[in-house]
Design a protein around this ligand. Structure first.
Ligand code: PLP
Length: 449
């Protein structure tokens, strides 16, 4: 690769001068300097000083097959030479796009045989949001437009995505949410469950959906959306009582159920999709991230047959120049082939998922650890000021940031959401790497306490 070496030695300063980062306070970033990540191999990444880190966050919940997969690079190179681009608008397609549609739907449920491609999870959110409204209008129920989502959920950064997300600080940027979007509670028992048991609390927050539908009128509600396990909100695993009740309400009230699989999909939970782990069937399911393991940007919406039948009867006036981009599709096909061939979903379910759960449970003897939740390779470690009373720290963000920075300094990348430490490593992580993860986190907690 031809790179200007003078620019390389100066990349931090160039970055500070020219690059506005997502979700970053730029003035604060520039005080500490930018981290420059140079290369990756397996579950490891290396910065431009040669420092090695275990990436227990798989980039941004996405590098499911790990770094350095030459076969994906080869598939991309080949497709790039053969046909770098053609659109899928009107009546065209490309071979990889269609083969990917077949491959990805083969892993969805028996009644989910269609996919609409996008470039990201946020675009997938906008896509199902419009599709749900078009669906009801085409069925002669145009008043069914309102959408119910959850507080502290995350569905992307587009206007619809940030509106559907339940992050207050995101709503404050851009005067959101847009009209027609409503939020109900989240199944975060540790902090919001009070004296209820997790099962009671799971039912209670699920029933908030029923109450909201009642308030808005069933004939005005198009859909309910939630992540099977809330990711960016803190890896909030719902109590077992939650999803069956939600699925029951959506069915009884004639509301589309949308499972946001952008994080939970492609093996992260030890099933192909998070809804399969919890045993419910959504009508629509946005996907991205693990679809290509982040090697190239691609997303989509899985569409169940009964919705697709209606959408096929109209010309859905929606799409992106790069919907189903052939090179991204080629990367995704090879990525899914790796997941299948190396049995990574089964590996998460039967091997590394249980191993991580056991290793994390060993932290429960720490004074600072109030709870540990994990499903497959998605984990949230709840820190607490007083674990007997589940009392939180006065400044949860500061505690989380401190522990996260300690981990970073010691070669471990985790994320902190408030006072919850989050892990979501590549599906190929080894037992030794899990031991390093838990040991390094324990050291950080020891240093903090
Ligand atoms: N939905 C969920 C559940 C996500 O976690 C994310 C991103 O983290 C998105 C949607 C948005 O995806 P993207 O960042 O690819 O637009």
């Amino acid at each position: 690769m031809t790179t200007n070496t003078a620019a390389l030695s100066n990349i931090g300063a160039l970055d500070a001068a020219h690059h506005l980062h997502p979700f970053t306070h730029m003035d604060k970033l520039n005080e500490g300097g930018t981290r420059i990540i140079q290369r990756g191999e397996g579950s490891l990444i290396f910065d431009n000083q040669g420092k090695k880190y275990l990436d227990a966050f798989a980039g941004l919940w996405c590098v499911n097959v790990g770094y350095g997969r030459k076969s994906i690079a080869d598939a991309v190179y080949q497709q790039m030479n053969e046909l770098p681009y053609y659109n899928t608008f009107f009546s065209s397609t490309t071979t990889p796009t269609t083969l990917l549609a077949q491959k990805v739907t083969a892993h969805a449920g028996a009644k989910m045989n269609h996919v609409f491609f996008t470039n990201s999870g946020s675009e997938a959110t906008d896509t199902w949001f419009r599709m749900a409204r078009v669906y009801w209008a085409a069925k002669g129920m145009p008043s069914k437009k309102q959408v119910i989502a959850r507080r502290n959920g995350y569905h992307g950064s587009t206007v619809a995505g940030a509106s559907l997300g339940g992050m207050k600080y995101m709503h404050e940027h851009g005067a959101l949410p847009i009209e027609g979007i409503h939020h109900i509670g989240q199944p975060y028992w540790y902090v919001e469950g009070g004296d209820l048991t997790p099962a009671e609390f799971g039912l209670k927050v699920a029933q908030e959906l029923e109450a909201k539908i009642e308030e808005l009128g069933e004939d005005n509600v198009a859909a309910f959306v939630a992540e099977p396990i809330q990711g960016a909100g803190g890896v909030i695993v719902p109590p077992e009582s939650y999803w069956p009740e939600i699925a029951k309400i959506c069915k009884a009230r004639n509301i589309l159920l949308v499972a946001d699989e952008v994080i939970c999909g492609f093996g992260r939970t030890g099933s192909w999709f998070g809804h399969q782990h919890f045993g419910f069937e959504p009508d629509l399911a946005p996907i991205a991230k693990g679809l290509s393991s982040g090697y190239l940007p691609i997303g989509g919406v899985l569409v169940s047959d009964h919705v697709a039948d209606v959408i096929r009867s109209v010309e859905f006036a929606h799409g992106y120049t790069y919907s189903g981009h052939p090179v991204c599709a080629a990367a995704a096909i090879e990525n899914i082939r790796i997941i299948e061939e190396e049995k990574l979903v089964e590996r998460v379910r039967d091997d590394v998922g249980p191993y991580l759960a056991k290793a994390l449970a060993s932290l429960l003897d720490h004074d600072m650890v109030g709870d540990v939740q994990s499903v497959g390779l998605m984990a949230g470690i709840q820190m607490a000021a007083d674990k007997k009373t589940r009392q939180r720290f006065a400044k949860p963000d500061e505690v989380g940031t401190w522990v996260r920075n300690h981990c970073w300094s010691n070669g471990l990348i985790m994320r902190a959401t408030g006072d919850r430490m989050l892990a979501s490593p590549p599906l190929i992580i080894t037992h030794e790497e899990i031991d390093f993860l838990v040991g390094t986190l324990r050291n950080a907690l020891d240093a903090a306490w």
